[in-house]
Each structure stands twice: as C-alpha cells, then as structure tokens.
Design a protein around this ligand. Structure first.
Ligand SMILES: Cc1cc2nc3c(=O)[nH]c(=O)nc-3n(C[C@H](O)[C@H](O)[C@H](O)COP(=O)(O)OP(=O)(O)OC[C@H]3O[C@@H](n4cnc5c(N)ncnc54)[C@H](O)[C@@H]3O)c2cc1C
Length: 409
C-alpha cells in the first residue's frame, strides 16, 4: 500500500498530537496524518502527575522559565516567548478546559483528571480532521527530492512533503540511530529525574522525615539544589533531590551512579554564622541539658541522629560540649556526607536527558538544519526540565512552533 499526505507526524504523545492539531487548524487545505506505534494515544498524559496531569507551570516569565531546563535553557528563551505557559493555559481554557495553579506553581485541570486534557486534544484532532493511524511503527525514512518516503512495520509506505518526529525520549542510544543517519548529532541519552539510593543505612532508619528546605550538593562539583526534601527507606527523595538529579543527570551517569553528596540541613546558615549562633546559644542556655534544648527547627529524630553522629554526649550541659564535638556537629549540620550507589525512578516519572542536538535544529521553526522538511518536537530533542509541568510545556511549545512552520505552504 502506498499513501500520500502533505504533513506526516510520527508519535501520538503530547508533542505530536498538539502539533498535528495546530498544523491542521492553521492550514485546513493540507492533509495532516499522525502515526502512533501503540494502541494508545497520549499514554504519558494519561498517567502524568499521578493521573492529574501537570499540564504546565505558572512560571510565566521566559527568563525564569528557562532556568528549569538543565538541557535547553537559553536556547529555549525565544521559543517560550512565542508560545509559553500562558499560551498553554489560554489554549486549553479557550477549549473549555478549566485549569488551576497550585501553590508551588504546578498547573492542573480543575477536574484533577488527565482524561480532561486527553478528551480536549482528541476532540480538537477530530474537529480539524487529523487522520490518526495507530499500531503502526515507523522503521525507516528516505529523503527524496521534494519530501520523504517512510517505511512501516506492516510493509506500508507513506510519502509526504514534511515530516515531524515526535517519538519522545528513550535512554537507549540505539533507538536514535535512524535519526543520526539523517544527519543529526545525538547527545547521549541518559535518564533524568530520579531519587538517590544511599549506601549508608543509618540515615534511612529516619524514613518518612520531610523537611521544608534542605540544600544538597554533589561532592567535588558545583551541582547544588535546595528545597523540600524527604528521607525514604532507600535514601533521599523530594523536589530538591529530583532537581539535583536533573542538574547532574549526565555527570552521575558517567559515575555509574556511585558518588558522594553533601547535605546542608540548615541552609540558612553559613559556617561562620552557625558558629556564632551556637556560641550565643551556648552562653544563653549553657546550664540546659543538650538533649532537652533544641537550637534549630529540625525534626527531633533527625536532631538526635546528628548529635549521635557527632559523638555528642546528650546528657551533658550545653556549656560542657567539647570543642571537638561542636566542630563535628557543625560539620554534620551543614556538610553532612553520604555515599550513594544507584538510583530509583520517582513514581515511574522520568524523562530523558539528551537526544537530537539543538545545534542541528532551527528553534524558530523546529526544522532540521541538515534535512529540509524534517521537523522535531518534544522529548526526542535534547531538552528536558525538572518536575513541575516543565516537560509538557516543552512539548507544547516545540509542537506549536513546528506546527506553524509546517502549516506554511
Ligand atoms: C509517569 C510519567 C509522568 C509524567 N508526568 C509529567 C507531568 O505531570 N508533567 C510534565 O510536564 N511532564 C511529565 N512527564 C514527562 C512527560 O510525560 C514527557 O516529557 C512528555 O510526554 C513528552 O512528550 P512527547 O510527545 O515528546 O513524547 P511521548 O509522550 O513519549 O510520546 C511519544 C510517542 O511516540 C510513539 N512512538 C515512538 N516511536 C515511534 C515510532 N517509531 N513509530 C510510531 N510511533 C512511535 C510512542 O509510542 C509515544 O506514544 C511524565 C513522564 C512520565 C513517564
């Protein structure tokens, strides 16, 4: 079977479907066909955000927004100025999907149900007559003089003028071979967004403890993040840990996830400030027993653990604490070292760091610089963000820009 379509979109995820709709909407005279290898469309949207779909973020300022993308960052600035989170909100709200921002900036449908987003997208695709073909896997693309010939697993061939690759991320480098063959550099794909598995099992006995603000750093690097933090039965988790995993995704992969990290349990103090504070605290509460008077707003179990780790005799008075132990305590409070070995995916919610190099793509159009008529959108690109709706936003933005370019005659 041989078939022709003007615009062919590969991948029925957020980027592919959004791009197909917007392309067909902007130019109703062209035929847009979308191919999905599985039997399900938008399967990640369905399970995203714990089934609620964190569609985007309320971080509307492109300058601040780009800081949430360890890969992409500055290159995304103009793309977000073209179609940013505010545009995403309007796009969905204009189609009857009510959205709400939570305190931490994440935006969800008011229904708290990802199906609302899926229904909206699939209704729009139908409205603009996007042809969707499922259970068909693209195997090979041949560049022709005025377009492409695409070969599928069912032996069918589709020719098209323009093609959008929106096949998502994949930590397996082999899965990018066919794109590399079309003249694109692939930045080595590695997983991002994971939690830290610790070798030290003492701290994991404190599982369940969460803190509002902790600062963590990969030893020997400038890779640092701070924010909410959670101790789990396998190690460390929480937004600050996920953010650090994204910032250091490539570095930690090179270390085969065996590394050391430093925790600052009270990041509002520098070492000098902490020393001064403890000095004052000791002169004010010198007669009190160490175990009975907490100088910091830390969970009791964590404080006891840090005292024990610093070999502090908790029955002593604060005035009797030897200098050596005070120094140890200071070190453990702001520079507490742990050895990690391995990673755990957070609620199966991971993204791929790496993919098609942004040097090979014109971000004003999302067209390949090396293969005219070939476009990219979504996680297939070397773009990924931290958690908080940033990854979907990258899919909507790149999908929208590709749609606009492909819709041009
Ligand atoms: C569990 C989970 C929860 C998440 N939650 C959030 C969240 O709440 N907010 C957020 O911003 N991000 C979230 N993310 C990240 C977000 O889902 C992705 O960044 C986003 O889905 C990327 O969209 P995409 O269209 O580029 O790729 P995908 O959604 O992966 O879609 C790619 C599609 O292409 C198809 N495909 C692949 N190869 C072929 C081929 N050769 N032929 C035909 N079809 C093909 C795949 O089957 C797939 O359907 C989550 C990720 C996971 C795994």
């Amino acid at each position: 079977m041989k078939y022709f379509t003007e615009v062919l979109i590969i991948g029925g995820g957020a980027a592919g479907i959004f791009s197909a709709i917007n392309c067909a909407r902007q130019n109703s005279s062209i035929k847009v066909t979308l191919i999905e290898k599985s039997s399900k469309l938008l399967s990640k949207v369905k399970i995203s955000g714990g089934g609620r779909c964190n569609v985007t973020t309320s971080c509307f300022n492109p300058k601040l927004l780009v800081q949430n993308y360890p890969r992409g960052e500055k290159a995304l600035f103009s793309a977000f100025s073209e179609f940013g989170p505010k545009d995403t909100v309007s796009w969905f709200e204009n189609r009857g999907v009510k959205l709400k921002a939570e305190e931490d900036g994440r935006i969800f449908p008011v229904s708290n149900n990802s199906q609302t987003i899926i229904d909206c997208l699939l209704n729009e695709a139908k409205k603009y007559k996007v042809e969707i073909i499922q259970e068909k896997l693209l195997k090979k693309i041949l560049k022709k003089e005025n377009g492409f010939e695409c070969f599928f697993n069912d032996e069918s061939i589709i020719s098209c003028n323009k093609i959008l690759i929106a096949t998502g991320g994949n930590p397996n480098a082999d899965s990018y071979q066919w794109i590399a063959k079309l003249g694109h550099k692939i930045e080595k794909p590695v997983p991002s967004l994971f939690t830290f598995n610790l070798i030290d099992k003492e701290i994991t006995k404190l599982m369940g403890i969460s803190l509002e603000n902790v600062s963590i750093k990969i030893t020997g690097t400038k890779l640092i993040s701070s924010g909410p933090f959670l101790i789990t039965h396998w190690g460390f988790s929480g937004p600050s840990v996920l953010k650090l995993s994204a910032l250091s995704a490539r570095h930690l992969s090179e270390l085969n996830y065996k590394y050391s990290l430093l925790v600052n349990w009270i990041p509002s103090y520098s070492e000098d400030a902490l020393r001064d504070f403890l000095q004052e605290f000791r002169s004010e509460h010198g007669s009190k027993i160490i175990s009975s008077k907490l100088p910091f707003d830390l969970p009791r179990r964590l404080w006891d653990y840090l005292l024990e780790k610093s070999d502090v005799d908790v029955q002593q008075r604060w005035s009797e604490l030897p200098r050596k132990n005070q120094n140890k305590l200071i070190n453990n409070l702001i520079c507490d070292q742990y050895l990690a070995n391995g990673k755990t995916t957070f609620k199966e919610e991971f993204v791929t760091c790496g993919g098609v190099s942004l040097n090979d793509v014109d971000l004003k159009t999302m067209q390949s610089k090396n293969c005219k008529g070939l476009f990219f959108a979504g996680e297939i690109l070397d773009i990924d963000g931290i958690t908080g709706g940033f990854n979907f936003q990258a899919a909507w933005t790149t999908g929208w820009i590709a749609a606009r370019s492909m819709a041009e005659k």
